[in-house]
Write a protein that binds this ligand. Sequence first.
Ligand SMILES: Cc1cc2nc3c(=O)[nH]c(=O)nc-3n(C[C@H](O)[C@H](O)[C@H](O)COP(=O)(O)O)c2cc1C
Length: 208
Amino acid sequence: MTDLAENLVVPTLTQLDTAARAALFTEARTANSFDPSPVADAELASIWELAKWAPTAANTQPLRVLYVRTEQGRERLVEHMAEGNKAKTLAAPAVAVLAVDTRFHEHIPTVFPIKPELAQYFEADETARNETGQFSATLQAGYFILSVRAHGLAAGPMAGFDAAGIDAEFFPDGRWHTLLVVNIGRPGQNPWFERLPRLDHSEVVQWA
Ligand SMILES: Cc1cc2nc3c(=O)[nH]c(=O)nc-3n(C[C@H](O)[C@H](O)[C@H](O)COP(=O)(O)O)c2cc1C
C-alpha cells in the first residue's frame, strides 16, 4: 500500500433521527403568537453561529443579520411592516432582520482564498454580483430558519414589509438590503394557523 492510499479518509455522515427531523421539518411550524419569555442574546448569537456553516456560492456568505430586541427598535421596525404582520412583530421576544450585503465580494480574499480574483470579477459585474448575493443570501435565510428551530425556538418568517423603508431606517449607508424579517421566540397561545397542504411528490419531483 502506498503512503497516499494509507492517508485516504472516507467520512461517515450522521443521519438525524425521527425526533430531530420532526423538530426541523415535519412537526415544526410557523409561529404567529409568542410567549413573553425572553430569548437570550446567547441564544440569538448561537442561531447565527450554527447557520453560518451551511453552504453558499464560492463561500461568499452574503447574508447579514440585525437582531431587533429593544422596544424602541421594535417600534421603528413595525412602522414598516405590513398591517397583518405588525401585532406579532411587536409581541415576539426577538426579531431578526435578514439582509444581503451588496458588497459581500469585499470579503472574498478571506472567505475564498483559493480564488481571490473573484472579488475583482464581482466588482466589475454588478448584475452577477447582485444575482449571486441574492441567491446565496436567500439560501442562508432558509438555513437561519432551520437554525432557529434547531435551538428549540419557533420562527415566524415574513416578507410582508416595505423593504425600502426598513433599509432607510436601519441601513442608511445603502449597503445592506432587507430580504426577510423573522420573529423568534417560544410559541404563545394558539400560535399556529391551520397546517396547509404540501404539494404531492408527483407534482414536484421528476426522475431522469
Ligand atoms: C419567504 C416567506 C415569507 C412569508 N411572509 C409572511 C408574511 O408576510 N406574513 C405571515 O403572516 N406569514 C408569512 N410567511 C409564513 C408562511 O405563510 C408559512 O411559513 C407557511 O404557510 C407554512 O406554515 P407552517 O410552517 O405553519 O406549515 C412567510 C414565510 C416565508 C418562508
